[in-house]
Design a protein around this ligand. Sequence first.
Ligand SMILES: Cc1cc2nc3c(=O)[nH]c(=O)nc-3n(C[C@H](O)[C@H](O)[C@H](O)COP(=O)(O)OP(=O)(O)OC[C@H]3O[C@@H](n4cnc5c(N)ncnc54)[C@H](O)[C@@H]3O)c2cc1C
Length: 411
Amino acid sequence: MKFRRRDFVKSLPAGAVLAPVYARTPFVKAGDNYDVAVIGAGVFGAWIAYRLRQSGQKVVILDAYGAANNRASSGGESRVIRMGYGGDEIYARWSLRSLALWQEFFQKIGQPLFHRTGVLWMAREQDAYSVKSVETLQKVGVRFEKLTRPELEKRYPQITFGPITWGILETESGALMARRAVQALVQEAIRSGVDYLPEAVVTPTGKGRLARVTMRGGATLSAGSFVFACGPWLPKVFPDLLKERIHPTRQEVFFFGAAPGDRRFAPPAMPVWADFGDEIYGIPDLENRGFKIAFDRHGPAFDPDTGARRATAEGEAAARKYLARRFPGLKDAPLLEARVCQYENTSNGDFLIDRHPALDNVWLVGGGSGHGFKHGPAMGEYVTARIIEGGAIEPRFTLATKGKAQKRTVY
Ligand SMILES: Cc1cc2nc3c(=O)[nH]c(=O)nc-3n(C[C@H](O)[C@H](O)[C@H](O)COP(=O)(O)OP(=O)(O)OC[C@H]3O[C@@H](n4cnc5c(N)ncnc54)[C@H](O)[C@@H]3O)c2cc1C
């Protein structure tokens, strides 16, 4: 059975958040054959579909729950974009390239979805990661300032620095309005000719060349290549291959509210910040949503379909304890919102970009590992080039380098 208009109409969820997207989506006609079908409209899938289309490919993008939906890793309010990656030059370069492409895209669509708040790294005396970051930032050509403790105190009197002895301020970096950015990108992709289907694709089987994928309702869709950019669902879609190689973990995020008229925790007074030693980071009050704070350490295993998304009292208490220490002006701040999202971790935090070992024209893309969002544009370019031009895949991204035991090295 091929995919038909009536299947599409039946599958529309009531009160779909992306109603304007549906309204403008051309229906997929029986017999339509695509160059590439992208499964997953999170940040990776959306940028891949958009880039492929810009390269002249006939593209369809499918998503089981909708672009940047509330379960997706890309469905959060905001995401940090920073270039500091310790000695991991590859990600510093990808991030730098991505920032330029995000800004170009937001300018094109006339929506200011990037906030150049600056990113402040709070470092301890013998902080090897920060020392390495300084070297890499210099090498890659990123603008930053190195701040001494007195300079930090002068510039940010609302922060109690405790053991922090120095800092790095990335002046061009900041935060992306994640959910809205991905949804805008999918809309722009559709406007440029990409088809969009709100459908769940089932696990492909067989060997050699995959001719078509099947959707939950039984309809099929054919394409020359298939990109599975299913984020934390990848181990469910490919259990034999990825169940032990991608680990979705439960992550809590809290938004606290400053006192009336207190702008010390919003830009320009407050940048995005990261306290690597305490494995915690935050985003200042953007667009009046509140001061966001989250621990970067991995939580327990999590199911992206059914996992309960109510934050714990322990998580809130831990965030408050940190606030009281580092941001005393927010010690008794009310909690405005709490969210539960999931990281999709590879063994060490390197992305997964590779062909399926048994299906020649199937690509596996994901493993954002808590740091992937910012890299969407570079990911789009990279995967588009591999599909169209071929060429070897960076060894760090291959399936062969993905171990089964968790040993994080990329932050
Ligand atoms: C709390 C939190 C904070 C983070 N902070 C940052 C940050 O500050 N900076 C940063 O760069 N990164 C950050 N990240 C990481 C980043 O958000 C993720 O790496 C990135 O969003 C992953 O995108 P994705 O496209 O791979 O997956 P997703 O966004 O999850 O998209 C996958 C999509 O695939 C769809 N799908 C799944 N299975 C199927 C199927 N069978 N058929 C059809 N569709 C399917 C899903 O519905 C989903 O929409 C953070 C993540 C979390 C959870």
